[in-house]
Design a protein around this ligand. Structure first.
Ligand code: HEC
Ligand code: HEC
Length: 226
């Protein structure tokens, strides 16, 4: 493992360690978070998350809104905060999270980190050839192009490595494609140490499609009933 990775793992571990709260407080946060998900926080411009992510966090494949059910509290909290600061590419999210307070963000992250949702159908059919190329890249990487296997960081089954390596298995295809393009060419520039930017740039358009189709074909974590 290289130095960058070691320091990022350490960073992930430390942020994980300092962010757990007491159980009573966690209960209140969960209820307030669910309220925000259903109805917003009452401030102007704040839209209920469920309009795009659904109440159970399954997302909306038709518009490329991501599945967020069971992503970690720390990851969800970080992504929203970064969008608010303008540090993370999020053209749609930028319009709806400006009026969330740090406590609102913690609450809604607590809520969505605990919900389960079945995988929702993708709008397009996948190509078996691309899925198989994607599988190969995901598990073996493309060493000639200096692309490590995706599972090194996203977990053996694409289920993520808490707290800051998100799960990507079962995520919708449109969202995955948009993120790879955003890392490669647009303004998604807050990934630690530029790890994802470099990888996304080195993948060819065909390879980006292939990995997006492969991961979207998998069963997502947190898909059971709850
Ligand atoms: C109008 C639709 C819409 C609403 C409302 C919305 N989102 Fe999003 N969300 C998106 C889209 C689309 C993205 C992908 C980034 C972008 O295009 O802005 C996203 C991205 C995210 C991400 C990043 C997921 C990842 O895997 O990195 C999180 C977390 C998130 N939203 C949480 C929320 C929460 C919490 C709320 C409510 C406070 C909310 N969103 C409201 C559409 C929406
Ligand atoms: C060296 C570690 C590492 C490797 C290898 C890696 N990733 Fe990532 N990936 C990350 C990190 C860290 C993030 C979260 C970055 C952020 O917050 O923007 C991420 C984020 C992503 C996202 C956005 C997820 C979301 O919910 O928004 C996608 C899609 C993704 N990676 C796909 C891939 C694919 C496909 C591969 C293999 C070709 C891969 N990654 C290899 C570390 C890695």
């Amino acid at each position: 493992m290289n130095k960058k990775l070691v320091s990022f793992f350490l960073f992930s571990f430390l942020t994980g360690m300092f962010s757990s709260g007491s159980p009573a407080l966690a209960g209140d946060l969960y209820s307030w978070g669910k309220h925000i998900a259903e109805a917003g926080n009452g401030m102007p411009g704040n839209t209920a998350c469920m309009e795009c992510h659904r109440l159970k966090g399954g997302g909306m494949p038709s518009i490329g809104a991501p599945r967020i059910a069971g992503q970690t509290l720390q990851y969800i909290q970080r992504e929203i905060t970064e969008v608010q600061k303008g540090a993370r590419y999020g053209p749609v999210m930028a319009g709806v999270v400006q009026n969330l307070s740090p406590k609102d963000i913690l609450a809604v992250a607590t809520y969505y980190s605990k919900v389960h949702s079945p995988k929702l159908r993708d709008t397009e059919t996948l190509s078996p050839e691309r899925v198989s190329l994607g599988k190969q890249i995901a598990h073996q990487g493309l060493w000639k192009k200096n692309i490590p296997a995706c599972v090194v960081c996203h977990g053996a089954d694409g289920y993520g490595v808490p707290p800051l390596f998100p799960y990507i298995a079962g995520q919708n295809r449109t969202y995955l494609m948009r993120q790879l393009i955003a890392y490669a060419f647009l303004e998604r520039k807050d990934d630690p140490q530029g790890l994802m930017r470099g990888i996304a740039k080195r993948l060819s358009p065909q390879e980006r499609k292939a990995v997006a189709e492969y991961f979207s074909s998998l069963k997502p974590p947190y898909s059971g009933s709850r």
